[in-house]
Write a protein that binds this ligand. Structure first.
Ligand code: FMN
Length: 207
């Protein structure tokens, strides 16, 4: 099976995937942004996220090159209202092009690292690389620790001392199958976790 076929089958079944809209900064100060759906959280103490960056034929993707050089990246989350802008930043632009400019997006300075965050994104995680795993020729998995997290006020609810996230206000999108399919996070249902105590009570069956 070719690599492209493996990609198609895996990416069309391991879904939906959350999207990290990653901002990095090169050593000479160029800002770069691109979406990455090989992304998730992998721990909370310490808070850990990881990204999968695929190979590019001639040179590593700018995101990988910048994280390799600086160890710093911001993961911004993508609400439905920003999908057009997010998509604009996935264009394979040369390293010196700031995709955030192309998409008309403003940035705000980060607190702990040099790359800025996307002002319009409701949640942003400032991350420092902790692990760099070469997982294939030119393919890498980057693990990062979240040093600082930003949550827009409008996605928070409840006690300000211990706020909760309002998923409807957040309105995130996920990546689905094929080249262009996405999903919204609105088709929700609840499923309580079983307790071992309750599992001991065997249901009565008709005799
Ligand atoms: C929604 C979405 C998710 C993507 N996820 C990934 C991914 O997980 N890994 C990857 O290597 N490329 C992914 N891409 C493609 C990159 O965004 C694209 O190659 C981009 O040009 C890389 O930019 P960079 O060189 O500035 O890092 C994705 C594209 C889109 C639109």
């Amino acid at each position: 099976m070719s690599g492209a076929d493996r990609y198609r089958l895996m990416a069309s079944t391991i879904m939906p995937r959350p999207i990290a809209w990653v901002v990095t900064r090169s050593l000479d100060g160029c800002i770069n942004a691109a979406p990455y759906s090989f992304f998730n959280m992998f721990g909370s103490d310490r808070p850990v996220v990881a990204l999968g960056v695929l190979a590019r034929p001639d040179a590593p993707k700018d995101t990988a090159a910048n994280i390799r050089a600086t160890g710093e990246f911001v993961v911004n989350l993508v609400p439905f209202g920003l999908v057009g802008a997010m998509n604009a930043t996935c264009v394979e632009a040369p390293p010196e092009v700031d995709e955030l400019d192309l998409a008309g997006l403003d940035t705000l300075p980060s607190v702990a690292i040099a790359p800025p965050r996307i002002a319009a994104s409701p949640v942003a995680f400032e991350c420092r690389r902790t692990h760099w795993l070469d997982t294939g020729p030119g393919q890498v998995m980057v693990v990062g620790e979240v040093l600082h997290a930003h949550y827009a006020q409008h996605v928070l609810t409840g006690d300000p001392e211990r706020p909760r996230v309002d998923p409807a206000a957040l309105d995130l999108v996920g990546r689905m199958h094929g080249a262009s399919a996405y999903t919204r996070t609105r088709d929700l249902f609840d499923l309580d976790r079983p307790l071992w105590r309750d599992a001991q009570i065997t249901p009565t069956t008709a005799s």
